[in-house]
Structures are given as C-alpha cells and as structure tokens.
Design a protein around this ligand. Structure first.
Ligand code: BG6
Length: 279
C-alpha cells in the first residue's frame, strides 16, 4: 500500500507498507527517511531534531549526494553534496510486485535552475525496493552532448544500539583518504569507532558487514568501488543544529559511493547505476 502524506508544514512524503516492511520517502531529495522490517527496530537512523521542511536537508535516512560528493571542487558557495538532496523529485510510480515487495520509482531531470549550477542535461532515476532486503539504485543518464563527471553517494545513516560496540568488517587493507587529517592511509583490520571518523575508502570489495551487539547488517554495492564512513562524534555533533547532543552514539554512516578515485565519467547518451543492497 502507498499513501501520499503531508506534514503540517506542507512537507510531502510517501508511506509504503507491505508484509515485509514499512518505509517513508520524502519527495524532496527522493529521500528515504524511514525503513523498518516488520517486528524489527528501524534500520535507518533519523535525527530527532532533523528538519523535515522545504529547502533543508534531512539528517538521517539515505540522502542522495549528487552530482558531487562533499564540497564542490572549485566553487565553495555551491551546496555540499550537490543539489539532488534538496530538489523535489517526481514520483513515477510504485510497483507492488508481491505482497512483500514494493518498488518506488522517482525521477529528477535537469532544469533551468539546475543548469545554472551544473551545466549539463541529465535524468536521474531512483528505484527504492522495500522488501525484506532494502535496495536503493540511482541511475544517472547523460542527456547532454558533452560527457560529464559525477561523484555521488547513497549516504546511508544506520541506526546502532551503541557506537562503542560497532564493528565494520570488510575494509581490511583498503586504502582510504582521511578527510580529518587530509592524509592517505590504509585500513588495518576492522573499523571501530571511538572518535570522529570521516573517511573515503577506495577499492572496496563486497559485502561490508556492520555489527553492533544487537544485529548484523550486510551492505553490498554495485557500480561502486568506494565507501564513506562517517561519525561526527561529540564535539562536531554538539555544533550541528540538526542533531541532538548525543546523536552520534546511535548512528553510523556507511555510504555506498562513487567518490575520489571512483568518480565516474558518463559519455552522452550513456548511463551509470550506483546501487546499495542492505539486508
Ligand atoms: C559525510 C562527509 O559523507 O557527510 C562529511 O564525509 C560530512 O564530511 C557529512 O560532514 C555530513 O554532511 P552534511 O552536508 O549532511 O552535513
């Protein structure tokens, strides 16, 4: 079942319910901000103080960073993580394949406004499959006459019982860029979080596994060889106006990406799909 809903402030979202799970997707950003399997705790973290209002990025769920990840390389006045997460997408439709699986398709096309900040014609298609497994697939089509380069991320915020018990497996020996020290490093062993972490891992193999004491989440990717791991920790979290002071204790971002060495060039008429599969 799909319901089109609106918060009191006019912010529109879709609520999808089937026999496997329930999900909520904002039309702004095609932003999945809730996914919960029947009889389980929510998989995705959403800040209790997140904005859910026009023009403001949602803190939690799965923001779509596109057509650039992080800061714009030359123009720092442009929005961090691109403009897709703050643009209003069009609902193309929902397919209820079975009682336990629904696929939602959303689209964003270039416009006069987007061309002012990123001078290419494009079409984005986001397919979100709400089933026992959550799949988010972002397809970029180059509708322009020139090739373009994109960096992007499906910036998943996972809900964890306690960050001090979290282990991310699967990144042993992966090279990474440490955005805090601006150094290139190599991961040794599993990833544990006991301070601020902001890393772009390269040459990532599938799948990654996120454990806390209560559950194990498997994250597989297609069309991606990079993964971002981010936790703002105490001080940064306290400075953020859309995160409660201890919010960092119950979240970890593990983002399926096309970032840094893994940026993609898309020739005219061609497509690229970035997919994260979470079970
Ligand atoms: C992460 C970046 O992906 O997103 C961090 O690696 C950034 O550097 C974080 O701080 C959150 O970004 P934003 O724009 O949502 O505050």
């Amino acid at each position: 079942m799909i319901e089109q809903k609106t918060f009191n402030n006019g912010f529109e979202y879709l609520e999808i319910t089937n026999t496997s799970a329930r999900a909520k997707i904002a039309l702004q950003g095609a932003h999945l901000f809730h996914y919960q399997r029947v009889d389980r705790q929510p998989l995705l973290w959403l800040s209790e103080t997140s904005f859910l209002e026009a023009g403001k990025a949602i803190r939690g769920g799965v923001p779509i960073c596109w057509p650039w990840f992080g800061k714009h390389t030359t123009d720092r006045s442009l929005p961090q993580h691109g403009f897709a997460r703050n643009s209003v997408w069009k609902l193309l439709g929902v397919t209820e394949t079975n009682a336990d699986s629904s696929e939602v398709k959303l689209q964003l096309k270039s416009s006069v406004e987007s061309i002012k900040i990123w001078p290419y014609r494009f079409e984005l298609l986001l397919r979100i499959t709400i089933a026992q497994t959550l799949t988010v697939a972002l397809t970029t089509t180059n509708c322009d006459q020139h090739p373009f380069e994109i960096s992007s991320a499906l910036h998943s915020y996972f809900s964890v019982a306690d960050i001090k018990d979290v282990v991310v497996e699967g990144l042993d020996n992966a090279p990474y860029f440490d955005a805090l020290t601006q150094e290139n490093k190599t991961q040794k062993g599993n990833v544990y979080i006991s301070e601020e972490v902001d890393r772009v891992y390269q040459k990532v193999n599938n799948p990654l596994t996120l454990h806390d004491r209560k559950r194990t989440v498997q994250i597989s990717a297609e069309g991606s060889a990079s993964t971002v791991v981010w936790n703002p920790w105490q001080e940064k979290c306290a400075r953020m106006n859309d995160m409660q002071e201890d919010g960092y204790k119950t979240m970890l971002c593990v983002e399926t990406a096309n970032a840094m060495d893994d940026e993609r060039t898309i020739p005219p008429g061609e497509k690229h799909t970035l997919t994260t599969i979470i079970s």
